[in-house]
Design a protein around this ligand. Structure first.
Ligand code: PXP
Length: 248
């Protein structure tokens, strides 16, 4: 068994921007949420600049780059426009995700096997500019091997299917998903990749993922922002951190 690496918490603030954009004004401010998350102990902030700018917008990213003292994990699709932005800003990390206009959220992982050559060309300049490159993928050995070949530093395993199965009381499916995540975290780590995980995690589902010794970072957003309505953002983050540490 691998010695557990320190587990970082990245807080995704996209849905503060979703709420702001619902009214088209300036509140609630996602940058303010990011600064509170930082104060509450987040090790990093994640923000996804979508092609359609449905939540985070360009000036949010500029403000986060200027104001954060913890690293920014800049989520984006592998488009020319996003490469230009990432190369201009050189955030600490770039996480490449698949993006479909019609989806409500990032539904699945990237198909690295299908787009291997193009992704290798896409990633090289981002790494040369100094960003760590992460690829968001499902728990699939072929995708992980391709991620290693294209030069990713990190893979982020999609925990959505595991969380959905838990929420719908499909416990056998949940355990199957969890086993796949466990095996693939070990496999990716053995190939020299840093392993992150995220999507859909809640107070109820975080512990088994936080317990995976090879996982170095969890990125959590929607649940924390929702829970902030009831208990406040800082207490929600502090509680998530406590559950992660207890599971480790
Ligand atoms: N990690 C990645 C790569 C994501 O795309 C998202 C969703 O934007 C998350 C983590 C966070 O997911 P959630 O908002 O469901 O916690």
């Amino acid at each position: 068994m691998t010695d557990a690496i320190k587990l970082r918490l990245g807080v995704n603030i996209d849905h503060v921007a979703t709420l702001r954009n619902a009214r088209g004004g300036v509140v609630p401010c996602p940058v303010r949420a990011a600064l509170i998350a930082q104060e509450a102990g987040a090790d990093g902030i994640t923000a996804h600049l979508r092609e359609d700018r449905r939540h985070i917008i360009d000036r949010d990213i500029d403000a986060l780059m200027a104001q954060l003292t913890v690293p920014l994990n800049f989520e984006m699709a592998a488009t020319d426009e996003m490469a230009q932005i990432a190369l201009r800003l050189t955030p600490h990390a770039v996480c490449i995700v698949p993006e479909k206009r019609e989806e409500r959220t990032t539904e699945g992982g990237l198909d690295v096997v299908r787009d291997e050559a193009a992704l290798a060309r896409y990633i090289a300049p981002l790494r040369e500019a100094g960003s760590r490159v992460s690829i968001f993928i499902g728990a699939d050995a072929a995708q992980i091997e391709a991620a290693a070949r294209v030069g990713a530093d990190v893979i982020e395993l999609h925990t959505g299917a595991y969380c959905d199965a838990h929420a719908e009381d499909r416990f056998m499916a949940r355990d199957t998903e969890l086993n796949a995540l466990r095996e693939m975290a070990t496999y990716a780590h053995s190939l020299g990749l840093e392993v992150h995980a995220g999507h859909g995690l809640t107070f109820d589902t975080v512990a088994p993922i936080a317990a995976l010794p090879e996982v170095a970072e969890l990125n959590i957003g929607h649940f924390l922002i929702g829970e902030a309505v009831f208990m406040g953002l800082k207490p929600a983050i502090v509680e998530m951190r406590r559950l992660m540490d207890a599971a480790r």
